[in-house]
Design a protein around this ligand. Structure first.
Ligand SMILES: Cc1ncc(COP(=O)(O)O)c(C=O)c1O
Length: 355
């Protein structure tokens, strides 16, 4: 059952925060948890689930919407009309910003850097264009004005991280309602750290015993265990600045895993390609190769290594990738209308990954 949301569960648990922390609704209902029964049979385990954050918003699913509920509210409170964010040329964050700005009558601005090209990258650039993004590329072409609200990379500041504390409270609700057993493990990708930091903190604040397996999908300089811990701690301080007294947490339940990253951001490993195929053929769930594919590969690796001991444990794959279909929109857009510096993305051959 997907319960309607009227305000974040965070505000129910900490009523002092309501009215002080900016928030607006972008995620209309709790996202479902679904049991992956066909895959359980194949893998010989009994309690494998997906948390469907691929459908967080009817406009655009994935993990951004939960964080953006707080970020746009902050921008609108300050009367900004332009929202600038930064990411790679295939950034889901830039697409999410473009789509929500369209809805909120704001202007999306994107500062972009390179990444390996794929169909996902091309499609995202076409969506950015369709939703009227103002592009700054290459990265040194930063706008000269300061009339924009800066939405940090991945929305991973303490304000955005609240979105995934709230997601952990939502999961706790689903456990309490008997929709899913108390999870033993959550597998989630980590890049700018907000998703993993929010869940790591939220799981503790919700009183769940769950272990978080944060799977590295981006450069280790910024993406590492310390980054998640630091952001969790900054978020505690931020919440406490409103007069609450949340105690510091310990991090023994956070497991950082860099084994499935491979050679670079956005380059799929053979395990990632195999994992994408397994989920598509087994459960008809579509993943992508940069974040969710590598994370599901890590989950499969964990199951294979630990099967006798985890047969009856509850494992959640947290799906952070949008599953709304934009095929019809993408067909209407011509890459020649992008700034000419970006045309190479559509003119060089695509790698031949077979998912
Ligand atoms: C689909 C998807 N999953 C996971 C992530 C990583 O989330 P975070 O940046 O909060 O670590 C991203 C971030 O760009 C993403 O687009």
């Amino acid at each position: 059952m997907s319960e309607t949301r009227s305000k974040p569960l965070l505000f129910e648990k900490y009523p002092d925060l309501e009215g002080k922390i900016p928030w607006m609704k972008l995620v209309p209902t709790q996202t479902p948890v679904k049991k992956l029964t066909k895959l359980e049979d194949k893998l010989g385990i009994n309690s494998l689930w997906v948390k469907c954050d691929d459908i967080t918003s009817p406009l655009y699913g994935g993990n951004k919407s939960r964080k953006m509920e707080f970020i746009y509210a902050d921008a609108l409170n300050q009367n900004y009309k332009k929202i600038l964010t930064a990411g790679t040329i295939g950034s889901n964050q830039c697409v999410a910003n473009a789509i929500f700005c369209d809805q909120l009558k704001l202007k999306p601005v994107a500062v972009m850097m390179d990444q390996p090209v794929s169909t996902f990258v091309r499609d995202n650039l076409l969506l950015d264009l369709y939703y009227k993004t103002e592009f700054y590329y290459p990265i040194n072409a930063i706008p000269k004005t300061d009339d924009f609200y800066y939405m940090v990379v991945g929305c991973s500041n303490p304000l955005g991280t609240l979105g995934y504390i709230d997601a952990a409270f939502e999961l706790k609700n689903q456990v309490d309602n008997g929709e899913i057993p108390e999870p033993d493990y959550i597998f989630v990708p980590t890049a700018s750290a907000g998703t993993a930091a929010g869940l790591t903190l939220g799981i503790k604040l919700a009183g769940l015993k769950t272990n978080i397996h944060a799977i590295q999908v981006s450069y280790s300089r910024d993406c590492n265990f310390r980054a998640i811990r630091r952001l969790s701690n900054r978020t505690i301080k931020y919440i406490n600045s409103f007069g609450n007294t949340i105690s510091d947490i310990t991090f023994e339940h956070l497991h950082y895993n860099e084994e499935y990253y491979g050679i670079d951001y956005g380059i799929p490993t053979p395990e990632c390609i195999e994992a994408i195929k397994i989920l598509k053929n087994g459960e008809d769930i579509i993943l992508e190769p940069t974040y969710s594919g590598k994370t599901f590969a890590a989950l499969l690796g964990f199951v294979h290594k630990n099967k006798p001991n985890i047969k009856n444990k509850t494992i959640i794959f947290w799906n952070t990738f949008n599953s709304r279909d934009f095929t019809d929109i993408i067909k209407q857009v011509d890459y020649h209308d992008l700034p000419k510096e970006l045309h190479w993305v559509f003119e060089e051959p695509l790698p031949d990954y077979r998912f």
